[in-house]
Design a protein around this ligand. Structure first.
Ligand SMILES: *Cc1c(COP(=O)(O)O)cnc(C)c1O
Length: 221
């Protein structure tokens, strides 16, 4: 169930320039609709199939965010409608997104996922990898994508100091990246912060938070 109370609390806690992406993974269509009725328009899913089936059933002014790790062979299913792909951590993924965007005659916005957590995580690239992509000839020759910023996930721990440092690191990478601005790289977005840590993230410069359980309750997998 969607909690209007928590929604109001979270929106009250963040500046209005910060976009709230409501993460609806594992949740039914009815929950998404309740949030939609309250005015939410940005929704996030981490599996392409789930996002496609929700897209098909729900109002078309919803902006769909792919927040999970993007498998190359699934990009074609969401290329016609996805609003922003957050979890790009390989150049080959960008190339496939570009190819599918061309097929649909549109530009697809992406974020590069940076590994900021100190704990071992599977996904995300280093700052060096990101900057070498953004300045490479091959990247600059792509036609139908735009990289609009970065996404990161902090460690799943309770030490606020460490989480804060990780978010701060992503903001520094963003600031540093501004000098690589080009037709394909227009940095405006830092996607960081979830239910447990969005306040810390916003404090450190997040422009987009991805909140699930605080809005819709715990997930049953
Ligand atoms: C599930 C998920 C979220 C939301 O997590 P909550 O703790 O439920 O707010 C945010 N970002 C990503 C990438 C996720 O997979």
């Amino acid at each position: 169930m969607f909690s209007v109370k928590n929604y109001k609390k979270i929106s009250g806690n963040i500046p209005k320039e910060v976009t709230l992406v409501a993460v609806t993974k594992t949740k039914p269509i009815s929950d998404v609709l309740e949030a939609y009725k309250e005015g939410l328009r940005h929704f996030g899913e981490n599996r392409v199939q789930d996002m496609v089936s929700k897209y098909e059933e729900l109002p078309k002014d919803i902006k769909w965010h792919m927040i999970g790790h993007t498998q190359r062979n699934k990009i074609k299913y969401m290329a016609s409608f996805v609003h922003l792909i957050h979890g790009v951590d390989k150049f080959s993924t960008l190339k496939e997104i570009n190819k599918q965007a061309i097929r649909h005659d549109r530009t697809i916005n992406c974020l590069l996922q940076i590994k900021i957590a100190s704990e071992d995580t599977k996904f995300g690239m280093s700052k060096e990898d990101a900057f070498s992509i953004l300045t490479s000839k091959e990247f600059l020759s792509l036609q139908n994508i735009k990289v609009v910023g970065f996404m990161g996930m902090a460690s799943f721990i309770s030490e606020k100091d460490i989480i804060k440092k990780e978010f701060k690191h992503l903001k520094e990478i963003f600031d540093h990246s501004l000098k690589y601005t080009s037709a394909l790289f227009t940095p405006t977005t830092i996607s960081m912060g979830m239910s447990a840590d969005y306040e810390l993230a916003v404090e450190q410069g997040s422009t987009m938070i991805r909140v699930g359980s605080s809005l819709f309750g715990e997930r049953n997998y």
